[in-house]
Design a protein around this ligand. Structure first.
Ligand code: FES
Length: 178
């Protein structure tokens, strides 16, 4: 635990004043309640978007519980993320219908194109790749969810267009340089 708290990355929320304040408030508000670990983690995940290993160690120390206890909760529930997510998320439905319809080929294509794995974010912070469970659009399998938009019957050769659409939105959103 001490090791994790010695070398905290400069971009970790523990080193960013307003985010550290959110963590402190979550701890103060919940430390005496039953299920404090879960309550604090939920609040931090909801407001900051992830709980880094250093944040887990910090929360464990402040709540006076073992790091293993905090880490156990974070790894058990897929809701918790340990790294910051990208601005956009591309999720692959790994439900049965999508699996049978070949979603794994799309996952491979995405990994190749972006050079990251599922659960990771591109170095520019733009795109995070994730898996998800059935989104209820099985007749459209295989399904890829880009942010909130469900895309059905995605073919491997059409997949790059989805990624380019996300990248193009970003270029369009960039302010023009004078
Ligand atoms: S299995 Fe993918 S939408 Fe149902």
């Amino acid at each position: 635990m001490t090791r994790l708290l010695k070398n905290i990355a400069s971009n970790d929320p523990l080193n960013i004043a307003n985010q550290k304040a959110i963590i402190e408030k979550a701890i103060t508000d919940n430390k005496d309640r039953q299920g404090a670990v879960m309550l604090v983690l939920n609040e931090v995940q909801g407001k900051i978007g992830h709980v880094s290993p250093a944040m887990q160690a910090y929360i464990a120390r402040k709540l006076n519980v073992s790091l293993g206890q905090v880490h156990g909760v974070v790894t058990f529930y897929s809701f918790f993320k340990t790294q910051p997510r990208g601005k956009h998320t591309i999720k692959f439905c790994l439900g049965t219908a999508c699996y049978v319809a070949g979603v794994s080929q799309l996952v491979e294509k995405a990994k190749q194109m972006l050079d990251i794995d599922l659960g990771q974010t591109t170095p520019d912070g733009l795109i995070t790749l994730e898996e998800c469970r059935c989104v209820g659009a099985c007749s459209q399998a295989p399904v890829v969810v880009v942010d909130e938009e469900v895309n059905g019957r995605v073919k491997p050769n059409k997949f790059p267009q989805l990624v380019k659409k996300v990248q193009a939105q970003e270029t369009a959103a960039e302010p023009e340089k004078a």
